[in-house]
Design a protein around this ligand. Structure first.
Ligand code: CAA
Length: 381
């Protein structure tokens, strides 16, 4: 087993780190307070190739592997997990699925600008009554000649008010259950399509989350992604990769928690010495470091399997389950290391906890990841 990264992977990691420190960090705190979308940052990330990292250069992407994507996601999320999720949705849930399953028309018209970061995408699966139980889609798409007419509501949509192109899962044949679900690409501005108000969230506040509404929204049949009736498979296959992205986001938050704890504990004095010299603090630091390394191993393993063209869905679920859990734990411990200072905005670590919590919920809750993992084992028997 080789634990070394290639020169190219290390270069991407370094360039993501530099970008995060120089271009993202200065505005992170203010954007979190104001819940302000990082439009200029996202634009620059597109120019640098971070919005379509794994897409082939033939379709406007950077042509990198999933390991590089994980390393970049960690660096960006370490500084700002809101920017991390915007990047993750566009890369894993939108661009990856379009490159793998989109028609040539879709790739030429939509994937190229998405991968270049000129346009932004969203992934609309969840509904008010279809969250974890995602097969229960109520959004309908009825055939009318060469068009489909969409009616329904989606919610919790990342990039919702900002995205130019939305991947929308709909029911085209209710009698077939989840095998009657179809994915459409819907352009912003299509008559009958609108978004709701931006949600006021606990964490990842500068990212954008909202509902989407469809009232007799007419979409051409060319905008079906993959095939009629394959929309649920599309969503599940795409989410497997998305879970690697969210695992990386969680690792970024955990790493930021550890680094803040290392710094603060070597500055803060109590009982006549730096608190880093106290075992109580050393135990916390050691626990955080072990958890972080284990989360990285799981996530890089899932990424390596994906890059090798092997099945990775259970490994992606394990990576997300564990990384999101330890992100919350590390953020909590970082607050404890900081004491009262950890509870106020000035010291950043309170944001890590607020940002970490969502990683246990979106792109499949921890409970859903356990179902996916358990079924993968039971299916082998
Ligand atoms: N990978 C590939 N295929 C999968 C899969 C996976 N991880 N999990 C399920 N499937 C497939 C099954 O193989 C089956 O396919 P076939 O019809 O071809 O046989 C199909 O999906 C249905 O699966 P089940 O019969 O097992 O259905 P179920 O209802 O018992 O379980 C579920 C399905 C796994 C619970 C699924 O509903 C699920 O993953 N729910 C969570 C949904 C989710 O992650 N939502 C996130 C929203 S997106 C988001 O958060 C984006 C954002 O903006 C940040």
């Amino acid at each position: 087993m080789n634990f070394d990264f290639t020169e190219e992977q290390l270069m991407i990691q370094e360039s993501a780190r530099d970008f995060a420190q120089n271009e993202i960090a200065p505005s992170t705190v203010e954007r979190d307070i104001k819940a302000e979308f990082p439009a200029d940052i996202v634009k620059k990330m597109g120019e640098l190739g971070f919005m379509g990292m794994m897409v082939s250069p033939d379709f406007g992407g950077a042509g990198m592997d999933t390991i590089s994507y994980v390393l970049a996601m960690i660096e960006i999320s370490k500084v700002d997990a809101s920017v991390g999720v915007i990047m993750s949705v566009n890369n894993s849930l939108v661009c990856w699925g379009l490159e793998k399953y989109g028609s040539d028309h879709i790739k030429q018209k939509y994937l190229i600008p998405l991968a270049k970061g000129e346009k932004l995408g969203s992934f609309a699966l969840s509904e008010p009554e279809a969250g974890s139980d995602a097969t229960q889609q109520h959004t309908m798409a009825d055939k009318e000649g060469d068009f489909f007419v969409i009616n329904g509501i989606k919610n919790w949509i990342t990039n919702g008010t900002r995205a130019d192109y939305h991947l929308v899962m709909t029911q085209t044949d209710k009698s077939k259950g989840h095998r009657g679900i179809t994915t459409f690409l819907v352009e912003k501005g299509t008559p009958g399509f609108d978004h709701g108000k931006k949600e006021d969230k606990l964490g990842i506040r500068s990212s954008d989350t909202c509902s989407l509404t469809f009232e007799n929204c007419k979409v051409p049949k060319e905008n079906i992604v993959w095939e009629e009736g394959r929309g649920f498979n599309f969503a599940m296959n795409t989410l497997n990769g998305g879970r690697i992205g969210i695992a990386s986001q969680a690792i970024g938050i955990a790493e930021a928690s550890l680094e803040a704890s290392l710094k603060y504990s070597q500055e803060r004095k109590a009982f006549g010495k730096e608190i880093a010299k106290l075992q109580a603090i050393q135990f916390k630091i050691a626990d955080m470091a072990v958890k972080l390394d284990a989360a990285k191993m799981l996530t890089l393993k899932a990424a390596a399997l994906k890059d090798a063209g092997k099945n990775y869905f259970a490994e992606a679920a394990m990576a997300k389950l564990y990384s999101s859990k330890i992100a919350v734990e590390c953020a909590l411990e970082a607050i404890q290391v900081h004491g009262g200072y950890g509870y106020v905005r000035e010291y950043l670590v309170e944001r890590f906890l607020r940002d970490a919590k969502i990683t246990e919920i979106y792109e499949g809750t921890s409970e859903i990841q356990k179902i996916v993992i358990a079924r993968s084992l039971l299916d082998k028997k």
